[in-house]
Design a protein around this ligand. Structure first.
Ligand code: LLP
Length: 425
C-alpha cells in the first residue's frame, strides 16, 4: 500500500521520524498516547504566511485556540508573531510568554465584563467587537477604567466558506459578527461612546477553507463596505482579514494557495490605506503535530474490522465532531501484510469514538504504533477527561532533540477540583 508522503512526518528507511528523531523512540520514552510537534515546521509555516503577505507587513496573529501550549507560543513569539485570543485566559497565556500586549487581538462573541477589564488593563491592540450590546458594555468598562478601547467591528459578510457547517462562521445564520447594516450603524454610534475608538473592521468567514473563492468574495464585500464607512466619515486604521487557510489532511488535498488571496487582501488594505492583520491558526500549527497511539486489539466484527488503539475522541475529537479525516501512518513501514478496510477506534464508551472509519490500511498487529497526523491544531486544545482519561504527554522536537512540553496528566489531576461535602464522608 502506498503511504502518503507527509511534509513533516517522514520515513527514514522504515521508521517514521520527526526532525530526524524516530517517533518510536519518543513513544518508548513518554508512552502513548502522546502528541509530538515539530518546531522547525512550525517556524516554516509561520514564515510561509509572513512571506506570502510580506508586501503589506501584516501583524500575523496566531490564533491561540488552535493550540495554546506555552512552548508553541514561545516558538512563534520568537518568530515575531502576534496572537489572536478568544478569552482573557488565552491572553494571559500569551502575556506569560513575555509577549507585548500590543501584539494581542481579543475576539469572541461573549467577552465578560471581567475579561474586558483584564484586556483593557493589559492594553491589547484591538477588541474585535461582535455585537452592539458588547460595544455598550465595553464602553462602560473602558470609561470606568478611564481607558479608551481600540475597536474593530466584526462584520458577517454572509459568505459560504464551503467548509464543514460547524466551522463556517461567515453566514448570516452564524452567531459571529454583525450584518453590514448593523456594523454601519454601530460604526456611527461609536462616535458617541467615549470609551471606544473605532480602529477598523474584522472578518473571519470560517476555518479549513481550501478554495480562494470564498476569501475573494469576502474581500469584495469588505471593499464596498469600507467605501461606505469612508463616505460616512470614518477614518479607519486596520483591516483584520481573519484566518481560515485550509491545510491538506490527505494526499488528495492541496493546502490553500495563499498567493491569490494575499494579492487580493494586500490590494484591499492598500486601496483603503489600512494596516493588515491576519489570524491564522490551523495553517500554522496543524501539519506540525501527530498523535502517537498504540494498537491494543484487532477485533474482527461481523460487519467491520476494528483496530482498537489507546488514543480516543478525548484526544482527537475532530472525526467525531466534523467527520474530519486524519491520515494514520504506521511508525514502522512494512511492505507485506493484509490490506483491510477498518475502523480505527478508541476505548471510550461512545460509538462516535473513532479516529478513522472505513479506512483502507495495512492491518497492524497488536502493540504496533501508529501516528495520527495533522494533529497540531484543535486536537490537544479540544481534549477532555471523559471516561476519566488523563490527557497525554506532549513533546516538541527542535534541532534534533525532543523536549517534554506537557506532562501526562495523573490520576490525581482528575479529582483535583472535586469537593466532597463533609456529610458524605
Ligand atoms: N480568527 C477567528 C475569529 C476564529 O474564530 C478562528 C477559528 C481563527 C481566527 C483561526 O482559524 P484557522 O486559521 O485555524 O482556521 N475546532 C475546529 C475549528 C474551529 C475554528 C474556530 N475559529 C476544527 O477542529 O476544525
Amino acid at each position: 500500500m502506498e503511504l502518503r508522503k507527509h511534509p513533516v512526518f517522514t520515513y527514514k528507511g522504515n521508521a517514521l521520524t520527526c526532525g530526524g528523531i524516530s517517533l518510536a523512540d519518543i513513544a518508548a520514552e513518554h508512552g502513548t498516547p502522546v502528541f509530538v510537534y515539530s518546531a522547525d515546521a512550525l517556524r516554516k509555516n509561520y514564515q510561509r504566511i509572513r512571506k506570502a503577505f510580506a508586501a503589506a507587513k501584516p501583524l500575523i496573529a496566531y490564533s491561540v485556540k488552535a493550540n495554546s501550549n506555552a512552548a508553541i507560543l514561545r516558538v512563534l513569539a520568537a518568530e515575531g508573531a502576534g496572537f489572536d485570543v478568544v478569552s482573557a485566559n488565552e491572553m494571559d497565556r500569551v502575556l506569560a510568554c513575555g509577549v507585548a500586549a500590543e501584539r494581542i487581538i481579543f475576539a469572541g462573541v461573549g467577552k465578560t465584563t471581567d475579561e474586558m477589564a483584564r484586556a483593557l488593563r493589559a492594553g491589547v491592540k484591538e477588541f474585535n467587537v461582535e455585537s452592539p450590546a458588547e460595544a455598550d458594555r465595553l464602553d462602560e468598562v473602558a470609561r470606568r477604567l478611564k481607558r479608551v478601547a481600540p475597536v474593530a467591528i466584526r462584520v458577517n459578510p454572509n459568505v459560504d466558506a464551503k467548509t464543514h457547517k460547524f466551522i463556517a462562521t461567515g453566514k448570516k445564520e452564524n452567531k459571529f459578527g454583525m450584518s453590514l447594516d448593523a456594523a454601519r450603524d454601530l460604526a456611527c454610534r461609536i462616535g458617541e461612546l467615549p470609551g471606544l475608538r473605532l480602529d477598523g473592521i474584522h472578518a473571519h468567514i470560517g476555518s479549513q477553507i481550501l478554495q480562494a473563492g470564498p476569501h475573494a468574495e469576502a474581500a469584495d464585500i469588505l471593499d464596498t463596505f469600507l467605501a461606505t464607512l469612508k463616505a460616512d466619515g470614518h477614518q479607519l486604521r486596520t483591516l483584520n482579514f481573519g484566518g481560515g487557510f485550509g491545510i491538506a489532511y490527505s494526499g488528495e488535498q492541496q493546502p490553500l494557495d495563499l498567493k491569490p488571496i494575499a494579492a487580493t487582501v494586500i490590494g484591499l488594505a492598500k486601496k483603503h490605506g489600512l494596516s493588515l492583520l491576519l489570524e491564522p491558526g490551523r495553517s500554522v500549527i496543524g501539519p506540525t503535530g501527530a498523535l502517537l497511539t498504540s494498537v491494543q486489539y484487532i477485533k474482527r466484527g461481523s460487519a467491520r474490522t476494528f483496530v482498537i488503539v489507546d488514543a480516543a475522541m478525548t484526544e482527537l475529537i475532530r472525526p467525531a465532531l466534523y467527520e474530519a479525516h486524519h491520515d494514520i501512518l504506521p511508525l514502522v513501514k512494512s511492505k507485506k501484510g493484509e490490506v483491510v478496510t477498518a475502523d480505527v477506534v478508541g476505548p471510550v464508551c461512545e460509538s462516535g469514538d473513532f479516529l478513522a472509519q472505513e479506512r483502507e490500511m495495512m492491518l497492524p498487529a497488536q502493540d504496533d504504533l501508529l501516528a495520527v497526523v495533522d494533529a497540531g491544531a484543535y486536537c490537544s486544545a479540544m481534549s477532555s477527561n471523559y471516561n476519566s482519561r488523563t490527557r497525554p504527554a506532549e513533546v516538541l522536537v527542535d534541532d534534533g532533540k525532543a523536549y517534554l512540553i506537557r506532562r501526562r496528566e495523573t490520576k490525581a489531576d482528575l479529582t483535583r477540583h472535586e469537593v466532597v461535602p463533609e456529610y458524605l464522608k
